[in-house]
Design a protein around this ligand. Sequence first.
Ligand SMILES: Cc1cc2nc3c(=O)[nH]c(=O)nc-3n(C[C@H](O)[C@H](O)[C@H](O)COP(=O)(O)OP(=O)(O)OC[C@H]3O[C@@H](n4cnc5c(N)ncnc54)[C@H](O)[C@@H]3O)c2cc1C
Length: 440
Amino acid sequence: MEKVIKHLPQNDQACGWINCLEKRIPFPKLVGRQLAQWVVIGGGYTGLAFARRLASLKPDARIIVIDACAIGEGGSARNSGFAMANSSSGEAFDPTKLREYNRINRINHAGIKILREIVERNNIECQWRDVGKLNCGAEDATGNAAGHLIDWLEASNTEYENLSSVELSKRLGTSYYTHGIWTKGDVLLQPAALVRGLSNTLPENVELFDNSPITKISEQNGKLYLECSEGSIITNQLMLATNSYLHAMSANSKHTVPLTLSASLTRPLTKAEQASIGNPDDWGILSLHGMGATIRYTPDHRILIRNTADYNSRYFLNNQQMKLAKSKHLECLRQRFPSLKDVGFDNTWQGVLSVSRNSTSVFSKLSERIYTAGCYNAAGISRGTAFGHALAEYACDGDSDLINDIIQYPKPQWLPPRPILDIAMKSVIWSRKINLGMDG
Ligand SMILES: Cc1cc2nc3c(=O)[nH]c(=O)nc-3n(C[C@H](O)[C@H](O)[C@H](O)COP(=O)(O)OP(=O)(O)OC[C@H]3O[C@@H](n4cnc5c(N)ncnc54)[C@H](O)[C@@H]3O)c2cc1C
């Protein structure tokens, strides 16, 4: 087996969550020839959860986590910071799918439990807030989606509140929304701070390498050989935790597809600005429209807007696309908070996530020596953690309720090759955005 990896990640330096943190000292770059029992490619939630669990099961093994960019500064730092407990299927309630819905939520809860223990044990400062999430809509049509969500929540015995528009406007500081359902269990957090805290608190037998893109993987005489520009690693076993870049290094190329999202974060609002929106507590909104705006009001009084999702087959949005994205973020902010007319964005950035045709994830032993997990649509904080943790146990012949829940996940469905894929993805996204209206 030999795989040359041509498609490599790159990160802009504009992520607001990362730029709010102190600059960190980089982990070393991989140089020279290294030997390790296990290598994890990709230092996001999945790779770090895998490495942490594996290190506790194999305390004598040398485990390397290696990333093309700075560990944890890919999608894991760039997201909106919802650690999802309750998935919203978006579909009308279907009793035949209730078991699957409950199973996915059990996996989400398991991921949150694992993260909570690590955060508490290590005092990781990441603005962890057990405040649930709001599922909101402004267009009349989202009333149907609200009804569907309530049916799922009722059937799964999930604690929720259906808020009137008056209650919503008091809670949010904007009277923009007509529908709002609060769900219990979801956690809001500062994603870059969390993933950095996770990478800084790994067991001693885990070594981290930044800025070392793996460009070739080959297998000879029962060993795996990994190459990057200034070094190489010989290892017994490999975990691919590269999420949107899985396609570049595995057979899963035909089953997952990248989506490029962009987001903007304001400076902290001044006291007068906070008062102008009624001094609300922090909150997080996911849209009841599948392609609608995600918005957060953070504990340090910043506003995050994420309202674009594009299929960009080359992944990275160019300057012109980013300018357009920023103007959409600004429009979204102005519509909801007209009193904040002097507030702009300190940072606008992009990130890539991975989706599958049937909205399912990857958890797999690809060959005798190679494992992989990824593709959580937009729920990778909790689910990526659960998948990484469970995959380490699975690779060590472990058994658990979490593994049993995860292996029942349907496999991602086949996707056609490019350029058919490009055309299909663009038309699917276009059709889903048609009725966005005020929810965009
Ligand atoms: C704007 C945005 C908003 C989102 N909002 C949410 C949200 O609110 N809640 C939520 O749960 N999820 C959200 N997501 C999704 C979430 O960020 C992902 O599901 C999560 O990051 C997946 O974690 P991961 O560890 O699997 O992958 P990643 O975080 O993508 O990590 C993969 C790593 O692999 C590395 N890599 C790739 N190729 C190579 C190579 N050849 N060599 C070495 N390293 C390589 C990359 O540099 C990267 O660091 C959002 C994503 C985006 C972009």
